[in-house]
Design a protein around this ligand. Structure first.
Ligand SMILES: C[S@@+](CC[C@H](N)C(=O)[O-])C[C@H]1O[C@@H](n2cnc3c(N)ncnc32)[C@H](O)[C@@H]1O
Length: 247
């Protein structure tokens, strides 16, 4: 059976709610925050690994960064391409799997945002992705990853949730598995005459576990934040954000 993250029907069905108007609007402020957290300026070469439809990649390109967005979902890359053409932006896009994409020493900054990590049942694949990110940065380059951290999910855990968007209903049911190393989400989308259901699982990283993973891949100067606004990773944290550098 195809894994959920390799299923175009999943991204097609849930892309609309994942990247809704509010999510696109949030990206502008998030790029402000990323510029501050990373201390970067236009001209810098940015890799957005798992860029989706390009919320952040396009905003970086608008600001004059040299951006490469990488994703496995053709449909999202097409959307990013269409938007870039419309705005006459220079945006490099590559169709690739995060386990495969490496462009040695090509980037000053590598980003992996909005829980685009930990999808694979074999943790060696996560290690491979981190190695690819490391290799794609030049010496002194910076990495930033943003995801739902284990501590935040434990603190805010809701077993079931639902939301309505444009007349469609989205139902979410979460289950913690394998001693808190994995979260399984049942995502159901109900339209008038259609119902879609997917089981979406990913590895849960605590701050210390993620730090160790990046440290083992060679990253240094690792700092953890509780959000892209740079808040502490404490009881007020909303995300697990980690920044590091390649020596
Ligand atoms: C949660 S979305 C985040 C997208 C984007 N970073 C954002 O913040 O809008 C995760 C993205 O990862 C992509 N993806 C999933 N599995 C992948 C893989 N193995 N290699 C590359 N991209 C992948 C999906 O197509 C999707 O665009």
């Amino acid at each position: 059976m195809t894994d959920w993250h390799e299923n175009d029907e999943f991204w097609q069905g849930f892309g609309g709610t994942m990247f809704d108007v509010a999510a696109w609007e949030d990206a502008t402020e998030q790029v402000d925050q990323l510029e501050t957290l990373l201390g970067i300026e236009p001209g810098v070469r940015v890799l957005d690994l798992c860029c989706g439809p390009g919320r952040h990649a396009l905003e970086f390109a608008r600001r004059g960064y040299r951006v490469t967005g990488v994703d496995r979902t053709e449909r999202f890359l097409e959307e990013a391409r269409r938007r870039a053409v419309k705005e006459k932006l220079d945006l490099d896009l590559a169709h690739s799997d995060m386990r495969e994409f490496v462009d040695p020493e090509a980037f000053d900054v590598a980003l992996n945002l909005f829980t685009s990590f930990g999808y694979f049942s074999d943790q060696d694949d996560d290690r491979r992705v981190v190695r690819n990110l490391f290799e794609s940065l030049h010496s002194g380059g910076k990495l930033l990853m943003d995801m739902g951290g284990k501590e935040v999910i434990a603190r805010t855990f809701e077993h079931k949730q639902w939301r309505e968007r444009d007349g469609d209903f989205y139902l979410y049911e979460r289950t913690i598995k394998d001693d808190w190393s994995w979260i399984e989400n049942r995502w159901i989308r109900i339209e008038l005459d259609e119902r879609q259901e997917f089981t979406v699982g990913h590895r849960l990283y605590s701050a210390a576990e993620l730090k160790r993973l990046l440290h083992d891949a060679g990253f240094v100067e690792l700092v953890v934040f509780g959000g892209l606004d740079g808040r502490a990773y404490d009881t007020e944290a909303s995300r697990l954000v980690i920044k590091g550098s390649k020596p």
